[in-house]
Write a protein that binds this ligand. Structure first.
Ligand code: FES
Length: 116
């Protein structure tokens, strides 16, 4: 089980999303779900556009746990323009589920609600 702790722009913890290895696989698309999938399903009104790592709309800051996610997918070119602590959620997947890792993500906007 991997925990995604989500922080708003003002560093307020707005909630935690727990993802198991089994839940991470999208059977319909036959690929791992992305961080954007989890954020949207949790009710966060994430901005997004291309869904392919090129527009930058879905960017978040990684506060901790970068080693537990895969920011590249098959989009290595995009990473050249990203800071080390940033991720495009539409192409980022969780790669580590063992030992209950935590990934802390900070949104680029204020969110005045709590994930239930
Ligand atoms: S939606 Fe365009 S980069 Fe993620």
């Amino acid at each position: 089980m991997t925990k995604l702790e989500i922080y708003s722009l003002s560093n307020k913890l707005i909630g935690t999303i727990e993802v198991s290895k089994e839940e991470s696989y999208n059977k319909r698309l036959r690929m791992d779900k992305t961080l954007l999938d989890y954020l949207l399903v949790s009710g966060i009104k994430m901005p997004y556009g291309c869904m392919g790592g090129s527009c930058g709309a879905c960017i978040v800051e990684i506060l901790d746990g970068a080693e537990f996610i895969d920011r590249e997918g098959s989009h290595k070119i995009v990473l050249k323009s990203l800071a080390e602590n940033e991720a495009l959620t539409c192409i980022t997947t969780i790669k580590e589920f063992d030992n209950n890792p935590t990934v802390k993500l900070k949104l680029k906007f204020e969110a005045d609600f709590t994930i239930k």
